[in-house]
Design a protein around this ligand. Structure first.
Ligand code: R5P
Length: 265
């Protein structure tokens, strides 16, 4: 890996712990004004300093993120579909590499849709991005997307998707946590982060998910709804951070969450 690429990746996956807490705020690119992300600036501002990296689209980056931020940006560069359209998988690259460089991003991210009618198209999107990423020293994050088919989130499917992403040159991969998650990590020769998925019932569930994923080999999270849809988003991200970077147990993270929640009242 070239120096520039390694250096950008090290801004995201912190060398001190080898781990990362990424904050995903790109949901609007196909979901529109998602609950609690209707006003992206208001959602992002209090959380930004607790995130090791922020994952927005260029539209939200330009309109809703302070350019003075020191938080690295992982720019979502695929899209072109909507939740009410015929297929979420029919994505193309929406943002040029020149634009990504102009925006001073630390990485670019796209979704791949393995096993769909758009498998070839989205995998070639990845291959093209990696070619450009290697040219300019910008890492590529592949998201193993499942669209509306949440039931596809099992080790067999996710291992296949993550491995293909790594084989095509993705520098890190974002996937879902699942039973036998260690098999997904073992078969993927690049770092793996997990998405949080739809909002879970309790913060204990969120912390358990984080803890389990980390103990089975993930290097961190790229989490959205389970942080900013919480009634206490700062307490939520600080609890997740404590598990990721300070090896907190679920109980200790919950204690921290409750302490911060009480102070907020
Ligand atoms: C989905 O494709 C988006 O990339 C989201 O960023 C991703 O799902 C992570 O967010 P969440 O933790 O809300 O699932």
């Amino acid at each position: 890996m070239d120096w520039g690429l390694q250096n950008r990746l090290a801004r995201i996956i912190k060398p001190a712990t080898g781990r990362t807490v990424m904050l995903a705020v790109d949901h609007g690119y196909f979901l529109g004004p998602t609950s609690k992300l209707e006003n992206p600036r208001a959602t992002i501002a209090p959380l930004l300093s607790y995130a090791d990296a922020l994952m927005p689209t260029r539209g939200v980056l330009r309109t809703s993120v302070d350019p003075g931020t020191q938080t690295p940006i992982v720019l979502r560069v695929s899209g072109g579909t909507s939740i009410i359209g015929p297929s979420l998988a029919d994505e193309e690259i929406t943002t040029t590499f020149e634009e990504a460089i102009r925006l001073n991003v630390s990485a670019v991210a796209l979704s791949i849709f393995v096993g769909t009618d758009y498998e070839h198209q989205t995998l070639m999107n990845l291959a093209d991005l990696v070619n450009e990423g290697e040219t300019y020293g910008i890492p590529v994050l592949a998201v193993t997307a499942v669209g509306k088919e949440l039931g596809k989130r099992d080790a067999r499917f996710l291992s296949l998707s993550c491995r293909i992403a790594a084989e095509l040159g993705a520098h890190f991969v974002k996937t879902y946590y699942c039973e036998d998650f260690e098999k997904v990590v073992e078969g993927c020769p690049v770092p793996v982060v997990i998405a949080g998925g739809p909002k879970l019932d309790t913060m204990r569930d969120v912390f358990q998910l984080t803890h389990d994923a980390l103990s089975r080999g993930a290097v961190g999270v790229d989490m959205g709804r389970n942080i900013w849809q919480s009634d206490y988003p700062v307490a939520a991200i600080r609890g997740v951070r404590a598990i990721v970077h300070e090896k907190y147990t679920v109980k200790k993270a919950l204690d921290l969450f409750n302490e911060l929640k009480a102070k907020k009242k």
